[in-house]
Design a protein around this ligand. Structure first.
Ligand code: EPS
Length: 393
């Protein structure tokens, strides 16, 4: 499964093409649009989310509610486009009244982007570097997520911290939610405006976002991501480009503003001796070999080991500050406070929804490498056979 997106933040639409989906997967408009709506949520978003009601139009690849193995083309309208037709004109000459943006924001793609692509105006960089692009990614990846759901693999997340707030989620609560499947966890997180599991964390996060907003500042945070129902043996240790942990980390780092990824409790593991790190093995009961801990986050030797996959992602604070940082004007080369563009105070809850999305094609591809198959029925048959084989160990 491969996908590409196209579209500027304030252009007419965002598009995606998803190639390589097996046929026979039942897809409803809700499977795509619910994910898009979840991405728009979260306390701390700015004005844009009040303008947009993201919905995907399916242009190909689905017939009578099922994938047909052909590329799926998707399109999401930018409702804000009507306010930007002059600034984002495609073929008309530039309007003299539209000033070029020449003061880059520290932490954004602005400065390097304009030099690299030879612009004198930062606008084109802002347009494509924007996290608006993730709407197209979420739509594209929702198809892989739906495919995985139909073979018993679920993806879920919650936000463990925003700025200084959070990190008190109880592990027993988490474990009981995950025992039902990662979607039970995600449904619970969806009931919180910051996608946190503990009320006190939520209150502290909301207060921290309010304070940041008041001060013209922004906040990042940490996302916890879980994948349940994954059989052991996806990915491989035999070649660098088949290592599943690396592919998962790359998918998460590809999200705008995500700067760190942790697999299991990797950073704590680095501080502790091996005897306190490695998940001991016990002979299996009904479901194959078992472990009592999961510090490896479900990945050993770059392969899934049958435990729940647990990844963490760190999102830096958004680079557009309403109380701007020091910068300079690239035209006059004079010191100037950085450009202010409408933005969000905090987008960590949205980022957690995007994180759920981007790992879906990675897991789906690893599964398809294991099972082969072009249509859902044959994939399911081979997967059930493989699951029975593991359970017998
Ligand atoms: C976003 C759309 C953008 C921003 C934000 C996320 O819309 P606009 O730029 O029109 O306000 O709200 O994008 C950024 C954080 C960024 O750096 O560009 C979205 O759809 O998620």
């Amino acid at each position: 499964i491969r996908y590409f997106t196209a579209g500027e933040s304030h252009g007419p639409a965002l598009s995606a093409i998803v190639e390589g989906l097996p046929s026979g997967i039942t897809i409803t408009p809700e499977d795509i649009n619910t994910e898009l709506a979840r991405r728009q949520q979260g306390y701390g978003r700015g004005g844009r989310m009040k303008i947009e009601t993201d919905k995907a139009v399916v242009l190909s690849g689905i017939r009578f509610g099922k994938t047909i193995g052909s590329p799926v083309a998707l399109q999401i309208e930018n409702r804000d486009w009507k306010n930007w037709t002059e600034k984002m004109a495609q073929f008309e000459k530039p309007n003299e009244d539209i000033p070029a943006i020449s003061i880059p924001r520290p932490g954004h793609a602005d400065l390097t982007g304009m030099i690299k692509y030879g612009f004198e105006d930062i606008r084109p960089v802002i347009e494509r570097a924007s996290a608006r692009e993730t709407a197209a990614r979420v739509a594209a990846c929702s198809l892989a997520k739906t495919f995985l759901r139909s073979v018993g693999i679920q993806i879920g997340s919650y936000v463990s911290s925003i700025g200084p707030a959070g990190e008190t989620a109880s592990s027993s609560r988490l474990e009981s939610l995950l025992a039902e499947g990662a979607e039970a966890l995600t449904k619970e997180a969806d009931t919180s405006p910051v996608r946190m599991l503990e009320k006190t964390d939520e209150e502290n996060a909301v207060a921290a976002i309010d304070k940041a907003k008041e001060e013209g500042d922004t906040l990042g945070g940490i996302i916890e991501l879980f994948i349940t129902g994954v059989p052991m043996g996806l990915g491989s240790y035999v070649q660098h480009d088949r290592r599943l942990d690396a592919e998962l980390a790359a998918a998460l780092i590809s999200i705008q503003a995500v700067k760190g990824v942790e697999i299991g409790t990797a950073f704590d593991n680095a501080r502790n001796p091996g005897s306190q790190v490695h998940d001991e093995l016990f002979p299996g009961a009904a479901h194959g070999p078992s472990r009592k801990t999961n510090r490896a986050g479900g990945l050993e030797g770059s392969m899934t080991n049958g435990s729940v996959i647990h990844l963490r992602a760190a999102m830096k604070p958004i680079a557009t500050l309403m109380s701007p940082l020091h910068s300079f004007d690239i035209t006059s080369m004079e010191a100037h406070l950085s450009h202010i563009e409408r933005s969000d105070t905090c987008a960590v809850p949205a980022c957690s929804v995007i994180a759920e999305a981007v790992v879906a094609p990675v897991i789906a591809n690893a599964l398809l490498k294991k099972t082969g198959g072009d249509h859902l029925a044959e994939i399911l048959e081979r997967l059930e056979e493989y699951r029975a084989e593991i359970a017998a160990k």
